[in-house]
Design a protein around this ligand. Structure first.
Ligand code: HEC
Length: 128
């Protein structure tokens, strides 16, 4: 399956930007499905949890990926920024090596872990 990343992640306002307050957070329906978030979680546990920990709390130099500090860092950035950052830099020993779909799913998982609610639409067009 090929996802149209531009459609989902090109949203200029940015999901995380919209989620600036904790109150808004729980209400927001994210541009992803529960299936994408759960696939992302499986990937996360295999490729990311060694450093960022199973519950995204972070450890040493690897920052937390869910919670107040993460939100503070990313609140002014877009969902696309998060996707691009992860694809370019994570995991450090295999940057971008998981493939585009994997980073989309990881993005969905991290959004969900920060309180966004999965919707019924993938949020981006499946073009093939
Ligand atoms: C070997 C340890 C390690 C692994 C594995 C790893 N990371 Fe990281 N990650 C880091 C470190 C260290 C940083 C801090 C920035 C830096 O030094 O590059 C970071 C930063 C991040 C950030 C930015 C956090 C912020 O607050 O700005 C995100 C998002 C992230 N990692 C996601 C992931 C994802 C998703 C995976 C799995 C695909 C992953 N990381 C795997 C060590 C790791």
């Amino acid at each position: 399956m090929i996802y149209d990343i531009e459609t989902m992640l090109g949203v200029r306002s940015g999901l995380i930007g919209i989620l600036a307050t904790a109150a808004a957070l729980a209400q927001t329906v994210g541009p992803f499905t529960a299936e994408q978030a759960s696939t992302g979680e499986s990937l996360y546990q295999v490729h990311c949890a060694t450093c960022h920990l199973a519950h995204l709390g972070g450890r040493n130099e690897a920052p937390q990926l869910a919670g107040g500090n993460f939100m503070k860092t990313w609140t002014r950035r877009t969902t696309r920024d998060l996707f691009v950052y992860m694809q370019a830099t994570m995991p450090p020993s295999n940057r971008g090596g998981l493939g585009e779909d994997a980073y989309v799913n990881l993005t969905a998982f991290i959004l969900e872990a920060n309180g966004a609610v999965a919707g019924t639409q993938p949020g981006w067009r499946i073009s093939a």
